[in-house]
Design a protein around this ligand. Sequence first.
Ligand code: ADP
Ligand code: TRP
Length: 332
Amino acid sequence: MRKISLTGIKPTGDLHIGNYFGTIRPALELAKTHDARYFIADYHALNIMKNPKELSATIRHVAAGWLASGLDPEKVIFYRQSSIPETFELTTMLMAFTPKGQMNRAHAYKAAVQENNERGNDPDAGINMGLFTYPVLMAADIILFDSDIVPVGQDQVQHVEMAADMAQAVNFNYKQEVLKVPQAGVQDDVAVVPGLDGRKMSKSYGNVIPLFAPEKDLRKTIMRIVTNSQGVEEPKDPDTSQIFLLYKLFASPEEQAAFAARYRAGGMGWGDAKEELFRAVNRVLSPMREHYNALMADPANIDRILAQGAEKARPIAAATVKRFRKATGIEA
Ligand code: ADP
Ligand code: TRP
């Protein structure tokens, strides 16, 4: 039997190449050898996104993003979290097996508290219960579909480990394998895609290269990459340059070797390096951008694809919840 791969993306903004290399591409690679279940985590987004127009537009954007990146809805079960009500029943059940102290230790919540403390605010300021219980909802997403492996970026590993703890706590209590224990899958070579300023690429840092920006905007964004003050003639170290690190994601090994040699030889300025990077990025992204634009021109089609995915997903979800309800004694 094939193993099950599952992941989700929160529709909270424009997809960027960190999302693509960190999550989408490895997930689509896994879909070749696994039974894949990929979804749009729209209830996770609700914690942050309170503008209805923006949220509904971003949901379609992320859906089109997956499809334009090559997700085949005939092979992958592709759906919206909000279409699977069993998710919320399982969330409630898992709450009973989740120590509150574990939630206190979750990175996203801890970071929000720390920021409040640093600003002299009340520690709970601006923190909703959705953020606090975020790892339980995410565990439900994962466990509901009997996931073996969850392809995510490094920052999500803790959440997957928490999901594994919850499944184990349930299995231990009922002395049987009620729930599948999941594992995170992180691709080492692209664990963290650097942003324009060298920090992790993230929409919260405003340092992203968007996945589907028009060509002109893509070029402008790449030209904004922060560099040091080394002159044109100076030899440069490719391994400490985010231009080179980004280039590696888009170029063949031969192209990478040639580009690294130009760095080391001197005579290549940062402007030239960025131009070279733009060409490599655009070569990969332009067919995806075209596909994306075509999908976005027909939103009803996107909605139909997601609805069909939900129909395939729900019986799997229902079976997991039923198994768990029986184990608890709630259902005879
Ligand atoms: P952001 O940091 O921009 O808010 P999200 O938190 O929405 O991005 O991330 C969605 C998915 O993309 C997650 O699985 C995350 O691990 C992955 N991801 C985001 N940024 C990067 C990055 N710079 N490198 C690798 N993976 C990333
Ligand atoms: N928390 C993930 C993120 O911020 C999104 C997500 C929600 C997810 N549910 C999931 C990822 C289940 C993997 C599996 O990126």
